[in-house]
Write a protein of this length. Structure first.
Length: 328
């Protein structure tokens, strides 16, 4: 299990600046809900001084993604745009007293969102927009420019490092050869040589379990989220051997334990369908209008992944059976 610092836990349980900033004039969107992580950073910038007056975030992802986004919004407030651009993903991790190596991609996502927001304010186009053939990892939509920039900024030297910092190569692993090619070129440029990992290490790893508990949804206006008690629905069965019916029943069991925490805040969640890795749910009551609704979905997703021992994507639908606003 991953060892999280107290500061990571604090920013996960009590996130700062959650939600969009009123009257924001800069927005940075990175990631993709279809790939598992997404971040929208909104800034309110003084057009005369370029000072960031306020910052807010909306994140779909794990606890480290929420903590990194929360930390970033605290770090940039009061800085000029140029000062903010000097913040590296390592600075974000250091602010949180460190992140597990496997979660460093969360801090990189924060850095990329900041760059996108500044470019949006200045009316500039980012140089690393996807171009035909530039995509290295199709599973997580990571392009070559991002891989190269991250290798250089963090002195990475292995495919595992690249996966930890960008998620590239963490899916089907078919892009490992392309990542190795980039590593060879980048390491040669700095006078180092690339040593390939053993074949066994190139196999895609199963996600490890996370120990952060899900914060319950808060009613608007913002109320601090409350940790959910652990779900005692584990069995000795091997996750890969779950039958379809057994899998659905375990998902239902997890949701039944989560529901009372949502209902206390006048919200609710209902299981609609299970299709492979996608679990379709409907949020109702206060959950539908809460600025932390995406965190609720993220928490449910994380809990299901812990209990089933496999990757799960929770997809929220509205009353008409269509993707909800947070998913569009």
């Amino acid at each position: 299990m991953w060892d999280y610092s107290e500061k990571v836990k604090e920013h996960f349980y009590n996130p700062r600046n959650a939600g969009a900033v009123d009257s924001s004039n800069a927005t940075g969107d990175v990631g993709s809900l279809s790939c598992g992580d997404a971040l929208r950073l909104t800034l309110k910038v003084d057009p005369k001084t370029d000072v960031i007056l306020d910052a807010g975030f909306q994140t779909f992802g794990c606890g480290s993604a929420i903590a990194s986004s929360s930390a970033l919004t605290e770090m940039v407030k009061g800085l000029t745009l140029d000062e903010a651009l000097t913040i590296s993903n390592q600075d974000i991790a250091d602010y949180l007293d460190g992140l597990p190596p496997e979660k460093m991609h969360c801090s990189v996502m924060g850095r990329e969102a900041l760059r996108a927001a500044v470019a949006d304010f200045r009316g500039e186009a980012l140089e690393d927009d996807h171009e035909e053939g530039a995509l290295v990892c199709k599973c997580f939509a990571v392009d070559e420019v991002m891989v190269r920039d991250t290798i250089r900024a963090n002195n990475l030297s292995s495919v595992e490092d690249v996966t930890n910092y960008t998620k590239a190569g963490g899916g089907c692993s078919s892009c490992h050869e392309g990542i190795e090619r980039i590593l060879v070129e980048e390491l040669a440029a700095r006078g180092d040589s690339f040593v390939a990992a053993p074949t066994r290490a190139r196999t895609a790893k199963k996600p490890q379990l996370v120990t952060l508990e899900m914060p319950a949804v808060a009613t608007a206006p913002f109320v601090e989220p409350v940790a959910v008690e652990p779900v005692n629905v584990k069995s000795t069965a091997t996750p890969a051997r779950f039958g379809t019916l057994q899998r659905i029943r375990r998902i239902e069991a997890v949701l039944e334990v989560i529901r009372p925490n949502l209902q206390r805040d006048n919200g609710d969640v209902e299981l609609l369908d299970v299709d492979g890795k996608n679990v379709y749910v409907r949020l109702s009551g206060a959950c539908t209008g809460c600025q932390l609704a995406s965190m609720t979905v993220s928490g449910i997703q994380q809990r299901l992944m812990e209990e089933l021992g496999e990757f799960i994507k929770v997809v929220p639908l509205n009353s008409a059976g269509q993707l909800s606003a947070m998913e569009v």
